[in-house]
Design a protein around this ligand. Structure first.
Ligand code: APR
Ligand code: PHB
Length: 389
């Protein structure tokens, strides 16, 4: 089999790239290890930057989002009972869109199927060959038989545990990593959100986040220990702890109910350089991970897709390779700024096990500065709504 772009991974990065290329008549085949149902069962953050919404529109998959998504003009940061409102419109001139990543992925799959583009699910043993030559190809096993996909380019959109990153030889690859000494325990519940905007809450008991998917579905998180087990957190214990960490006013307004999902995720910052090796391009979680504070995971994947899509478009339409040759440099320049923001939000709002009284004072002083400084609020707002591509 032959295609122009072989896309490894049918998560949001691979699907968005595939859809954008398809609209321009560039052929791409997606190879996905799991089933579609499995991919759609993953629950991830739900705050979209305008840049991603624009890409969804360009890919022709924004109709449901435009009908159903919530626009948020700001967010609240709290420190015990003190609250700072960050006004996105005032400081950054735009809002963010609240719409679950699972829904983004669902819309992309529907569009891909409607377009008749090929996705091969449950592939095993994917290997990328000749990425540093003019004739790359991918081999994989489907239903027990070995297959070969020849292509012009390979897009490695296979997430943090995929094969694409590891295909780049160690001698040319540098990895940067920071693992945080805590996790996030998240629940989804069919209850109205406690507030019309998100609340990022720092408290002496640790961080908490009040988020939502829609007016009837809430998403809440608690900073937890890495040794915590989901089974040992009853719904009641979760709600009790959440009430203790958020401002009193919110705690009193909180509507609780049974959780419909509960899971623990570790927090990590990670970047690999370069993001291109010959004809192989890494996109999204395959190249970088952020801690979820600030909701940048999917949004930083989207900016990679933007750079790669435009690079490939220039190659095929104008025979201009500057975009693909500079892909890694352009993508990484933005990735590192997003890494900084996510690390900063995480460092500001969580309690760290080894934290000294001095460290605590620094967090308090930073929040105090944020609450009185328009400039500090503007810096947060501009990063939160999304840096330009
Ligand atoms: N072969 C084929 N597919 C693979 C392989 C492999 N060897 N390894 C992983 N995959 C698939 C996974 O099953 C998954 O569906 O690649 C996909 C990668 O999807 P994501 O992990 O969602 O990564 P990405 O599409 O870059 O999305 C980035 O999603 O993970 C979140 O927080 C992240 O929000 C961010 C966004
Ligand atoms: C979410 O709604 O799941 C969410 C929102 C904001 C974040 C992280 C997660 O920063």
């Amino acid at each position: 089999m032959r295609t122009q772009v072989a896309i490894i991974g049918g998560g949001p990065s691979g699907l968005l790239l595939g859809q954008l290329l398809h609209r321009k008549g560039i052929d791409a085949v997606i190879l996905e290890r799991q089933t579609k149902a499995h991919v759609l069962s993953r629950i991830r953050a739900g705050v979209l930057e305008q840049g991603l919404v624009d890409l969804m529109r360009e890919a022709g998959v924004s109709a449901r989002l435009e009908r159903e998504a919530l626009l948020h003009d700001g967010t609240i940061l709290s420190y015990d009972n003190d609250q700072v409102h960050i006004d996105f419109r005032k400081h950054a001139g735009s809002a963010v869109t609240v719409y679950g990543q699972t829904e983004v992925t669902r819309d992309l799959y529907e569009a891909r199927e409607a377009a008749g583009a090929q996705t091969i699910f449950q592939v095993e043993g994917v290997e990328i060959h000749g990425a540093d030559s003019d004739a790359p190809y991918v081999t994989y096993v489907k239903d027990g038989s070995e297959q070969r996909l020849d292509c012009d380019f390979v897009a490695g959109c296979d997430g943090f545990h995929g094969v694409s990153r590891k295909t780049i030889p160690e001698s040319v690859r540098t990895e940067y990593e920071k693992v945080y000494p805590f996790g996030w325990l998240g629940i989804l519940s069919e209850t109205p959100p406690v507030n019309h905007e998100l609340i990022y809450a720092s408290s002496s008991r640790g961080f908490a986040l009040c988020s939502m998917r829609n007016p009837h579905l809430s998403r809440y998180y608690l900073q937890c220990s890495l040794s915590d087990k989901v089974e040992s957190w009853s719904d009641e214990a979760f709600w009790d702890e959440l009430r203790r960490r958020i401002p009193q006013e919110a705690a009193e307004a909180l509507v609780t109910g049974p959780s419909i999902e509960k899971s623990i995720a570790p927090l990590r910052s990670f970047v690999t350089e370069p993001m291109r090796w010959g004809r192989l391009f890494l996109c999204g979680d395959a190249a970088h991970i952020v801690p979820p504070t600030g909701a940048k995971g999917l949004n930083s994947a989207a900016s990679d897709v933007h750079y790669l899509y435009h690079g490939l478009l220039s190659h095929y339409q104008d025979k201009d390779d500057e975009g693909i040759e500079r892909y890694s440099e352009k993508a990484l320049a933005r990735v590192w700024k997003v890494e900084r923001f996510s690390w900063w939000m995480t460092s500001l709002l969580h309690r760290f096990p080894e934290q000294t009284e001095f460290d605590l004072k620094m967090q308090q002083a930073e929040i105090a500065y944020l609450s009185e400084s328009d400039v500090a609020q503007a810096a947060l707002a501009r990063n939160y709504v999304g840096l330009p591509y």
